[in-house]
Design a protein. Structure first.
Length: 471
């Protein structure tokens, strides 16, 4: 049976066992109810969603079918323009004036028939890993990750099967990992960032966070639809998604920046490696020494680019920006240009070293834990490892940011739980334009495990209120 909740919903709509309006009404009611504890949504557009649902029902009745997302509820991270909704980036420094145009990715999703129900909470200015005040659905004492934390929480809680996120240093994969769902950052510029508020325009990526790998694939297809810059269009959901992986060679990344990691992460990760090997994947351990410079390179680029973009807000309303974020923006403006240039040079060295690792070891995929730790508690600022104490932000970014610097596709899939029943993720990294390969291997891994079948503490009790119809 398919792992795709999107496909199950789509089938129910087309079988006329449920209408789009009924599905969206139930989704909206769940969003409003669960948001009291989850606080994942900044905006819920009940009237707009129901109007769109009515139009889509009439289209299906007349033979117009927009594809797999026709009638499917979707949430949007609040850094992405949706016409008629304000874009606030989780910050008081932004005005509440509604956007006049849709971002390109929103245009594509609307064309595919997605029903946008609301905006999800980002970490302020998409610059962080906490996404306050959103809570982790598995336990509200823990954060949902960031900066797409609201999107991940909404999906993990079962409100929507997919939400749009962004990823500059890990902001799709981090919350997907700690919320126990799937999320993919495609190759740089694979999905248009037009109409998206940037943090770092040379590192930002847009992609889906979804209930399963299959739903990530379906959603990614629709995000790319009608995107004239996408010259390598591929139907990720139907071509080889469930194919064999005996021909796949996987590199297990060791050393920095993956190490150190918590023991529970190591155990879950190695169990996943065994399962992939049991399916025929060829496994080799590899190291990339240049990745120890990841954090320095990442922030040498983000600081100046974010500072330049938000310069006027710093001048007009510095008090409305979180002090830690404000310090990063100011330092980015004060850094000499030479530091930014060195960051770009380091980025090239890191990207080349990763490509060399792929080539020299004849790899199809690099494999790492998505994160070296699980979700932090709401007020936690550090993780304790065997040989060091490290800031939560650094821990979260060091295993994900190398692949923003290299612009490579990377997918996070659930691979277990820690002793507090908080999810653990595994990260599949591919070559440029290699989304199809990581989705296929991620799908195979997901299909031989049961992690995604477990439900969090804060969740819809009966799978979109129509569980019998979606079996």
């Amino acid at each position: 049976m398919t792992s795709s909740l999107i496909k199950k919903m789509s089938r129910a709509i087309r079988d006329q066992t449920v209408s789009t309006q009924e599905l969206i009404l139930e989704t909206l009611e769940s969003a409003k109810k669960l948001n009291r504890d989850l606080r994942a949504f900044e905006l819920i557009d009940e009237a707009g969603a129901l109007e769109t649902a009515s139009i889509l029902d009439r289209e299906l009745a007349t033979g117009i079918d927009r594809g797999p997302l026709h009638g499917i509820p979707v949430a949007v991270k609040d850094i992405i323009d949706v016409a008629g909704w304000p874009t606030r980036c989780g910050s008081q420094a932004y005005k509440t004036t509604p956007a006049t145009r849709d971002a390109k990715v929103i245009t594509n999703l609307k064309s595919a028939g997605a029903v946008l129900i609301g905006k999800t909470v980002p970490h302020e200015l998409a610059c962080g890993v906490y996404s306050q005040p959103t809570r982790n659905p598995w336990n509200p004492d823990y954060v949902p990750g960031g900066s797409s934390g609201g999107s991940a929480a909404a999906v993990a809680a079962g409100i929507v099967p997919m939400a749009v996120g962004s990823d500059t240093g890990g902001s799709i994969r981090i919350p997907a990992s700690v919320c126990g769902i799937a999320g993919i950052k495609p190759t740089f510029n694979r999905v248009s960032c037009s109409g998206v508020e940037p943090l770092s325009w040379s590192l930002d990526h847009i992609g889906p966070i979804a209930t399963s790998v299959e739903d990530c694939a379906i959603s990614l297809n629709s995000m790319l639809e009608e995107n004239s810059s996408s010259t390598h269009h591929f139907d990720y959901s139907n071509n080889n998604l469930s194919g064999a992986i005996q021909d796949i060679r996987i590199g297990i990344l060791r050393g920095e920046p993956v190490d150190p990691m918590l023991p529970e992460i190591e155990t879950a990760f190695m169990d996943a490696v065994k399962q992939l090997r049991s399916r025929g994947a060829k496994i080799a351990e590899v190291t990339i020494p240049e990745l120890r410079h990841t954090i320095a390179a990442e922030f040498a680029i983000i600081g100046p680019e974010a500072g330049y973009y938000h310069k006027q807000r710093l001048i007009d309303h510095p008090e409305k920006i979180d002090p830690d974020i404000r310090a990063l923006l100011v330092s980015g403006l004060l850094l000499p240009t030479s530091q930014y240039i060195r960051g770009l040079q380091a980025r090239t060295i890191i990207a080349n070293s990763i490509q060399r690792c792929f080539n020299d070891n004849h790899l199809d995929i690099l494999l790492t834990p998505t994160l070296p730790a699980t979700a932090a508690r709401v007020k936690q600022t550090e993780f304790e490892y065997e040989d060091r104490t490290e800031a939560v932000t650094i821990s979260y970014v060091r295993t994900t940011a190398p692949f923003n610097l290299a612009g490579l596709p990377a997918l996070s899939v659930p691979c277990g739980f820690d002793k507090n029943n908080i999810p653990i993720g595994i990260q599949f990294v591919g070559k440029p334009m290699g989304e199809a390969v990581i989705l296929r291997v991620g799908y195979v891994y997901e299909s031989i495990t049961s992690w995604r079948d477990q439900k969090p503490m804060i969740a819809k009790p009966d799978s979109f209120g129509i569980s019998q119809l979606l079996m």
